[in-house]
Design a protein around this ligand. Structure first.
Ligand SMILES: Cc1cc2nc3c(=O)[nH]c(=O)nc-3n(C[C@H](O)[C@H](O)[C@H](O)COP(=O)(O)OP(=O)(O)OC[C@H]3O[C@@H](n4cnc5c(N)ncnc54)[C@H](O)[C@@H]3O)c2cc1C
Length: 298
């Protein structure tokens, strides 16, 4: 739909998100007015432009869209009032109780007590989902396969960023260990702390080489053939980086889990990667199986 209003300048840009959010609601209102049977699925929040997903008996035709746009214009010219209200979860559920789709996506999941705003992770229930034939990739029942191949490059990128986080943690570990004293000595010289630093450096170097090897394998062999190398770094990197960040937290004492350093955030971020990229065990399954296959024993 063509925009009727052009926003320019910082002052106006500030209101852009509000306008988009409101426009999404105007759209929903227009659709429900013209298609009372329509069920609303996903609406705001929005990042760019505005949208709403609708479940309707027949897909919208270009004529339907024109009529919807016209109805939106009518609604806007009618000076409808937009009221923003904060409501509790219970109030929201009561308000949308006749709209099962909305109820089913209402709950946002937290990660270690944080909501990963602004997009977050929704707990969603899919009912009778149908995918048009032309949108099926690879074949029915082969979704996991295609996602694994497709996700290879993204996963390597996660590993590279994770190594950067380990470098940061090691730097903080060394600086804190050298600058704070206990029992008359810098922390770094107490107990096995120097070995902890040494292990972190050795492991970061090993991870960097393993990721380079996986990236090279992808370039040379292609995503599919490189999957064992990719699984190897997916299994290795988040786990090792977690350990390095944990060691950095330990040497910081209580400050390590506070807001004074980025370590607590780094740790939770890295810990979630041990699931978000698939659980560690699944990556080990791929690597382990390939190893056994080398001897024709699988
Ligand atoms: C913050 C966050 C972001 C995410 N982002 C994405 C995303 O962008 N894309 C995406 O596709 N998914 C994403 N996920 C989902 C993630 O892929 C799944 O959580 C993960 O695959 C594990 O699935 P599950 O939670 O259903 O646990 P389950 O499948 O129930 O597994 C639970 C546990 O069972 C064990 N297990 C499972 N399989 C095996 C096995 N083969 N061998 C031995 N033990 C096993 C492991 O210990 C595992 O942790 C995200 C998850 C989180 C928390």
């Amino acid at each position: 739909m063509s925009p009727k209003l052009e926003l320019t300048g910082e002052e106006l840009a500030k209101y852009r998100d509000n306008m988009r959010h409101s426009a999404a609601h105007v759209l929903a209102e227009a659709v429900v007015k013209l298609h009372p049977e329509a069920k609303l699925t996903i609406g705001p929040p929005i990042e760019d432009g505005f949208y709403y997903d609708f479940d309707v008996e027949q897909p919208f035709t270009p004529e339907d869209l024109k009529a919807i746009e016209k109805e939106m214009g009518r609604s806007i010219r009618g000076n409808s009032e937009f009221i923003e209200r904060e409501v509790t979860r219970e109030e929201a559920l009561e308000q949308i109780k006749d709209n099962p789709y909305k109820v089913e996506i209402l709950e946002g999941m937290q990660v270690f007590g944080h909501d990963h705003a602004p997009r977050g992770h929704m707990h969603i229930k899919f009912n009778n989902v149908r995918v048009p034939k032309e949108n099926i990739l690879l074949g029915v029942g082969r979704g996991f396969e295609i996602s694994q191949v497709r996700l290879g490059p993204g996963r390597i990128h996660h590993c590279m960023r994770s190594i950067g986080k380990a470098e940061k943690a090691l730097e903080l570990m060394v600086k804190r260990g050298a600058s704070r004293e206990a029992f008359g000595k810098p922390l770094i010289k107490l107990g096995k702390n120097l070995e902890v630093v040494s292990r972190a450096r050795i492991e970061i170097n090993a991870m960097r080489l393993a990721v380079l090897q996986a990236a090279k394998a992808m370039d040379v062999l292609g995503n599919k053939e490189a999957r064992v190398y990719v699984s190897a770094v997916k299994a290795m990197v988040p786990e090792k980086v977690c350990e390095i960040i944990d060691a950095a937290i330990q040497i910081h004492g209580a400050a390590g889990i506070s807001q004074w350093t980025p370590l607590a955030d780094l740790y939770t971020d890295m810990r979630h990667l041990r699931f978000a990229d698939g659980p560690d065990e699944v990556h080990h399954m791929v690597v382990g199986r390939a190893e056994v296959q080398k001897y024709g024993l699988w």
